[in-house]
Ligand binder design. Structure first.
Ligand SMILES: Nc1ncnc2c1ncn2[C@@H]1O[C@H](COP(=O)(O)OP(=O)(O)O)[C@@H](O)[C@H]1O
Ligand SMILES: [Mg+2]
Length: 255
């Protein structure tokens, strides 16, 4: 029997590489022969498309509101070892629908519990907000990966994220939540600011930053429109190699 490691990709900012990291880390872990479930918990549903998922089938919204049991919404993807619970536009309305419910932060945790023994890793993609959906994700997870673009104000954004995570722990929402790592994304060697940000943040959080840095690559941005993770779209690409390295680091950190 397995006991899944539950990881979310969290940064309240949009466009920092959350979905890209979820898809490609998931696919890299699957290539290492781990059984991986991806959950698309963003109303934009980008993750679903990126692994050629079927949006017409049962989705995460229907699970959370109790219309379908979690296991019945899992779809096998065309990729070995990689499974998916698709997203839904309706996820955006959960904040409003659940607002008067007791335990409204623990819906996700409750409905997903039965899946934990079926997978080695469950990776959940968060929306770019601090709404109730994200609170549910933070309450459910074991680990947070923080994707970070190496740009102006990155440190300020990171401090805000760390403060939120500390509040989640100390406030009791999820006392066991751990930061698995800070992941630099869309890194360009030629951009001096990128280098500076990586240096500053690595100095400040030496134990938290992943050694692997995800390079900026056109191939990474093209892959989702073909419904393929980067290791299937262009295996020899530097980004594909980076996600394979990241997967090894993740495995060594969760063990
Ligand atoms: N390493 C990368 N190189 C080039 N483009 C990237 C890279 N990572 C992400 N992108 C692109 O940047 C945009 C935002 O990434 P995404 O993963 O969707 O961010 P988020 O989920 O945080 O909003 C997308 O168009 C994506 O294809
Ligand atoms: Mg996204």
């Amino acid at each position: 029997m397995k006991n899944a490691r539950k990881i979310i990709f969290y940064n309240q900012k949009g466009g920092v590489g959350k979905t890209t990291s979820a898809v490609n880390l998931g696919s890299a872990l699957a290539a290492m022969d781990y059984k991986v479930l991806l959950i698309d918990f963003d109303a934009q549903c980008n993750l679903t498309g990126a692994v050629s998922g079927d949006l017409r089938k049962a989705n995460i919204y229907q699970i959370v509101v109790g219309d379908v049991p979690a296991a019945s919404a899992v779809q096998a993807t065309i990729f070995k070892n990689l499974y998916l619970i698709p997203g839904s536009l309706d996820v955006a309305s959960l904040s409003i629908e659940l607002v008067n419910e007791n335990n409204r932060e623990y819906y996700l945790k409750t409905v997903l519990e039965s899946l934990e023994t079926d997978y080695d890793y469950i990776l959940l993609d968060c929306p770019p907000s601090l709404g109730l959906e994200t609170m549910n994700a933070l309450a459910w997870a074991d680990f947070v990966i923080i994707p970070l673009q190496c740009e102006y104000m990155a440190m300020e954004g990171l401090n805000l994220i760390m403060r939120t995570i500390n509040n989640v722990r100390k406030g009791g929402l999820n006392p066991k939540l751990k930061v698995l790592g800070i992941l630099f994304t869309m890194y360009s060697k030629r951009a001096l600011l990128n280098q500076q940000v990586v240096e500053d943040i690595s100095e400040f959080f030496p134990d938290l930053v992943f050694k692997t840095i995800i390079p900026r690559s056109v191939r990474i941005s093209e892959a989702p429109s073909h419904g393929l993770p980067i290791n299937f779209y262009d295996k020899s690409n530097a980004g594909s190699k980076a996600f394979a390295e990241l997967a090894k680091e993740v495995v060594s950190r969760v063990e």
